[in-house]
Every structure is written in C-alpha cells, then in structure tokens.
Design a protein around this ligand. Structure first.
Ligand code: NAP
Length: 446
C-alpha cells in the first residue's frame, strides 16, 4: 500500500494509480470469531475494545463488478464499532454468515475475522467492470448504506430495502483499514477543503442526523422549530444541532459537562442543559420512572426557550425515552435511531396519545440523503465534528474512548495517512469557511 500512498501524496494521475500493482494483503482492524465469548459474564462497561480489536494483515478479497477498492487515508470510530468490539447486543459474525448465504459475492464476507469501520475518506484504486461514475484516482468519502440494488424493495427509499446492511458492521471489509471494499453506490466526493481525517469523520453521523431532521423521511423540521438534542456534542448530536441552526430552528442541547456546554456555545447553540449539573434522575430505581423529573426537565427547557420542543432527537434510549415523550409538545415528534442505554423502552402512553405525539424510527440514510448531507459539508455549511485523532494501531484506545463516553464529537483514525493535516485541495475555500470553525471540536478535544 506504500506505493499507493506515495502516488496519492504526489497527486499522481488516475492512470498511474490504476497501473500500480495491488498487494495480496492489507492492514486492517478486526475482531475474531474465536473470541466472541471473551467478555462473557462482564458488565457492558467492563467489556474492553482494546482487548478485542486487533490490527494485522488480511487477504485482499476479490472485487465484484459493482464495487471499488478504496485506499483509506482516514476513517472514524462509530458506536457500531463499539458494539462489534464488545459483541453486543449480538456478535456481528451472524450478519456476515447471513450475507455469506445470499450470493457467491456475499460468501466472501463470511470469514473468521470481521474488518470493522463504517466511515472512510480516501482514493479509488480500482473499479469493477459495472462501475460507471467513478475511476481510479477519484478522492472520495464513503457512506455506509450497503444495498443490493437488484431488489425491488431498494427502489423507493433504499434504507427500506429488505437486504439493507450497514457496511463495516453488517458486512466485512470496512473502513478501519488501509484498504476498503465498497459498492460504487456508497461513494461520494471528498470535500476539497478538509483534511483526510476531517473528511472521514462525517458520513455516518451527518447522514443519520440529516435524515432524522431535514429529509422528508424524518421529522419535517420547520423554521422556528425548537428541537431537544440529547448528546448534543456527541457524534450524532454535533451534526443535529448544526442542522437545527442552519434550518432556522432553536436547538436545546443536552450534554454532561461544563466543557461540552462551552463547546456548544461556541458552535452557536445558546440553550444548553448540563444533565449532570442538573442531576436528572429519570429512573428512581431499575423499574420505576420519576415523572417529577420529566416535569423538571420540561420546566428547564421552557425556561431556556420559552416553550416545549417540537422535536426530540432521541438516541440514548431507555434512560431518556420516558422524558423525551413527555418533553415533546402537543403534536410533536420524537425521532429515534438508537438505544445506547438499553432498547427495552418505557414511557407513559397517555402523554403520547392525549397530546397526539408521534414516535418515529429512523436508521442511517439512503444514498440521496447521504449525498445531500455530504454536499452540505462540501459547501462548508456543515462542519466536521472531529475532536481527536488516533493511529490505526491504537484503534482499540479510540473505541474505548467512545465506549466510555470520554470523547466529544467524532474520533478520527489515520489509516494510510501518515500524519494529520494532509489532503486539503482547496485552502482558499478552507479560509473562507474559517479555520477556527472547521477545527472547533479538534481544538476542544486537544
Ligand atoms: P456518541 O458519540 O457516544 O454520542 C452519544 C451521546 O449521548 C454522548 O456524547 C452522551 O452525551 C449522550 N449519552 C450517552 N448516554 C446517555 C444517557 N444515558 N443519557 C443521556 N445522554 C446520554 O455516539 P453517537 O455516534 O452519537 O451514537 C449514539 C447512538 O446512536 C449509538 O447507540 C449509536 O450506535 C447509534 N447510532 C445509530 C445510527 C442509526 O443509523 N440507527 C447512526 C448513528 C448512531 P453527554 O454525556 O454529553 O450527555
């Protein structure tokens, strides 16, 4: 891969990149099938990604006609890599085995190691015979909606496809590696004003937040809407609050430290709740919620923005869902895409039906939505939330930070890129957008 790296760094032409020989193996981060029981009996928080994520050489798989090899310059940690590395709620090898039964190309994925990672920025090295829109040398970011477009179910809204998968979580050969295998319909142009690691940090969380708030498939956010965003300086939340601000709404961000409050203020979010300082305890014990705590949250929100919220951007799950359903205004929408603190949810249904509220599920984004969200990054209207950068060798430490909620925004991972700061093709536009704005999370995380 070093020859590819040299070619990329010297801005070699696509033909030159296409003529370089592919290696037989490449460096990748993976979990092992024979280790799926290694954390049995431990609490979730004690399951340590540093023990289960390995970095080593694996064989380069064959390329299907609709795929591309991408030299991954940088990737990022997503919570799904945490789930894979702690084998919760299920070991991801079951996903690979199911894909393996689907077709001969799918069979490549059912291996005894799972290369993880659902974000990447890099350069196309080769394309399969059916790929039309991309060629070697193209600088790209990768979104993670992995869809077989021969299924009719994929053609209204591809995230609804019956065999839709998340690349690098439900498929093998993900982005935390020096090379990735992706379908051509996962490729998007790399924002020219960003470094490799800034470009790699966005696609998964940015596209998910876009669908939840901006797309017709989400909450139909309107100008003036007030939106409660849990984890507002985390991966999803950092993009969600930007969409609310861009769309003429008022975000109410919830975070858990004064540093995060300061970060959000700098980003332009005025109404911020520090859930630790306010000491919210929505559950009295494991089985009983405390409605007076929901009311206290509602009061704090009204104190900040003068009204209840139109939309709740929900993902913590069990710990917060009761409060989220309560806090949405009459006719409001609770958009949910996750359940970090537990997926068996409890809320008071009377608050839902009597006040005509809607709970709406959402999952990643279709290609159109991911493309439009990426376009907003390209135009400098959405800023990368990159707060820290690790090397691929230290991917376990990076995942550990996210698992323990020690991070802000996104953690980037350098794969082929030997150092931070490379890959900017349009420094003029970077200055126009503003170095300080682009590096806001990085400066806070440093
Ligand atoms: P993240 O970077 O860890 O951010 C999550 C934030 O949630 C944290 O920063 C934390 O903020 C807050 N939080 C955590 N536990 C909480 C609790 N018990 N109560 C209130 N707030 C809590 O993770 P992420 O990338 O945003 O992902 C969040 C979840 O969404 C994960 O479960 C992930 O798997 C899922 N996800 C789903 C999709 C999808 O397409 N369905 C896409 C992306 C992510 P504070 O401590 O500052 O409050």
């Amino acid at each position: 891969m070093q020859e590819f790296l040299s070619a990329i760094r010297s801005d070699a032409a696509g033909e030159e990149i296409a003529a370089l020989p592919l290696p037989d193996t490449y460096r990748a981060a993976y979990v092992r099938r024979d280790e799926i029981a290694m954390f049995d009996g431990l609490e979730s928080s004690d399951k340590d990604p540093r023990k289960s994520l390995h970095v080593g050489d694996i064989a380069v798989p064959e390329l299907a006609p609709d795929e591309a090899y991408v030299a991954v310059m940088a990737s990022a940690i997503n919570f799904n890599t945490v789930w894979t590395s702690i084998f919760e709620p299920l070991p991801t090898f079951g996903f690979l085995d199911r894909l393996g039964k689907e077709s001969s190309w799918g069979a490549r994925h059912a291996l005894d190691y799972h290369v993880v990672g659902s974000d990447a920025a890099g350069v196309v090295l080769r394309t399969g015979s059916a790929v039309r829109n991309w060629k070697p040398g193209d600088k790209v970011t990768v979104h993670c909606n992995y869809v077989d477009d021969q299924s009719p179910s994929a053609h209204d809204d591809s995230i609804l496809a019956d065999n839709q998968r998340i690349w690098g979580f439900e498929t093998n050969f993900g982005g935390l590696a020096d090379l990735a295998v992706v379908k051509a319909n996962q490729l998007m142009p790399k924002p020219r004003h960003l470094t490799w690691e800034e470009a790699a940090a966005n696609a998964l969380c940015n596209s998910t937040s876009y669908r939840m708030l901006v797309s017709d498939n989400g909450a139909h956010m309107q100008q003036g809407d007030k939106v409660l965003v849990w984890g507002a300086s985390g991966g999803l939340g950092a993009y969600a609050v930007q969409y609310v601000l861009n769309g003429g709404g008022t975000p109410v961000g919830v975070v858990s430290s004064p540093e995060k409050v300061g970060l959000l203020h700098e980003l332009g979010v005025e109404a911020v709740i520090d859930r630790k300082a306010s000491n919210y305890r929505f559950w009295k014990d494991e089985h009983t919620q405390d409605e007076s705590e929901w009311r206290r949250l509602g009061k704090e929100i009204r104190g900040l923005v003068g009204d209840d919220v139109d939309i709740v951007f929900e993902h913590p799950g069990r710990q917060t869902m009761g409060a989220s359903v309560f806090a949405a205004k009459r006719g409001g929408t609770i958009m949910t895409c996750a359940a970090t603190s537990g997926y068996m949810i409890e809320y008071d249904n009377r608050h839902l039906w009597m006040k005509l509220k809607t709970i709406k599920g959402s999952h990643f984004a279709n290609y159109r939505e991911a493309w439009d969200a990426n376009q907003l990054v390209c135009e400098g209207k959405i800023l990368p939330a990159l707060s820290a950068v690790y090397s691929l060798e230290d991917v376990g430490d990076a995942a550990y930070q996210v698992h323990q909620n020690l991070h802000e925004g996104k953690i980037g991972v350098l794969c082929l890129a030997p150092e931070e700061g490379l890959g900017i093709d349009d420094p003029g536009f970077r200055s126009e957008v503003g170095e300080d704005r682009i590096t806001l999370f990085r400066r806070h995380g440093a």
